[in-house]
Design a protein around this ligand. Structure first.
Ligand code: SF4
Length: 356
């Protein structure tokens, strides 16, 4: 088992001086983030877990991308990789995470995860909203203290100005009585108010990209709709790009311009949202869409769960990782080789042997 701990191409951390630099990195002007062939693996006694396994996608400036799939498909590790906050037993073993930055294009995958450059990017250029606000806030300080600290970390303003800006952003996320609630401790707020406070903290430095990981899972249905509406309007108002990570296809259809579906660490389908909902290609995507009620589908619509369970990531099926659950399984083909990514339409790609 010890040999597994050695597997995977290791990347040597670079010095702060050469951070992100590997010759000229090219991206078109309209793209803010370009993830290319990214692999993030975890190493343990059980073996190697390929949490993210050769995934590629772009996020354009001002675009909303949804990343969807069942639990354990690699969505959250993808976000952790972009922010360089992968837990210590995991690491990026291959690929690039290119970000348009003031100083040009930076490859986040090449940065020292504790270096000055990634710390200046995190929170200020790329920010994140987590599923559970309690993980973002310390219970020992008021929400105001914590938002002000983030503002002063990235902007040269005094305490008084930072407080004015914190109250302003709390007001913009719909926090009631922001002048009073800025001095509240996180545990004294309701779940919905904590979620708004976390969004305020994430937006306090006007990031170019906000990553929201299951932003509405911990709140009830009424608050969910309000939070989604709020994120959509703030994204538009602040001209930022938004990546929404969710298992909920209804959230995707409500918010997103483009969708990437993940299964066992693979990007199995990527398409404009409208195209994906009207013309899904991958059998897994089709299964996901059939497993949730469709808007306007009426009472007679059939809801079918995808058969079987997601296999253990330590024991991946051979060939196509979805083959043990796939209704279109072709013996001798799907279990023999992993399907490559193929283009099936404008901006629409899929990994499935049915389209080769
Ligand atoms: Fe199904 Fe085969 Fe396509 Fe995989 S490659 S999704 S098993 S048809």
């Amino acid at each position: 088992m010890a040999t597994n701990l050695q597997q995977g191409k290791s990347r040597s951390p670079q010095s702060e001086h050469s951070e992100g630099g590997r010759g000229q990195l090219l991206m078109t002007e309209d793209v803010l983030l370009s993830v290319r062939n990214l692999s993030t693996h975890f190493f343990s006694r059980e073996g190697v877990l390929r949490a993210v396994d050769g995934v590629s996608f772009d996020v354009k400036k001002g675009e909303i991308l949804g990343i969807a799939g069942e639990s354990g498909c690699g969505k959250s590790v993808m976000a952790q990789s972009i922010l360089r906050i992968v837990p210590s037993h995991g690491r990026i073993v291959d690929g690039e995470i290119l970000l348009q930055h003031d100083s040009g294009v930076v490859d986040l995958a090449q940065l020292d995860g504790r270096g000055d450059l990634i710390r200046s990017i995190r929170g200020a250029v790329v920010s994140m909203v987590f599923q559970e606000p309690m993980t973002s806030f310390s219970m020992a300080y008021t929400i105001g203290n914590q938002i002000i600290e983030v503002i002063r970390l990235h902007q040269e303003v005094d305490e008084k100005e930072a407080r004015i800006r914190a109250i302003d952003i709390l007001r913009r996320v719909g926090m009631p009585k922001p002048e009073e609630n800025i001095d509240a401790y996180p545990f004294a707020l309701s779940g919905g108010m904590r979620q708004r406070a976390m969004i305020a903290m994430a937006l306090s430095c006007h990031p170019s990209l906000l990553i929201a990981d299951e932003p509405t899972t911990a709140v009830d249905v009424t608050i969910q709709a309000q939070i989604l509406e709020l994120m959509k309007s703030l994204q538009h108002e602040m001209h930022m790009a938004l990546v929404v990570i969710t298992h909920d296809m209804a959230v995707i259809s409500e918010l997103c311009d483009r969708v990437m579906i993940m299964y066992l660490g693979k990007d199995v389908e990527n398409a404009p949202a409208r195209e994906l909902f009207s013309n899904p290609k991958h059998p897994y995507t089709i299964g996901l869409l059939h497993s949730v009620p469709q808007l306007g589908g009426g009472k007679s619509q059939k809801i079918e769960a995808i058969t079987g369970m997601v296999p253990s990531p330590y024991n991946r099926p051979t060939g196509c990782p979805f083959h043990p659950r796939c209704p279109e399984f072709m013996p001798g083909v799907c279990d023999k080789s992993e399907p490559p990514q193929v283009i099936v339409g404008p901006n629409h790609s899929v990994r499935c042997h049915l389209y080769i």
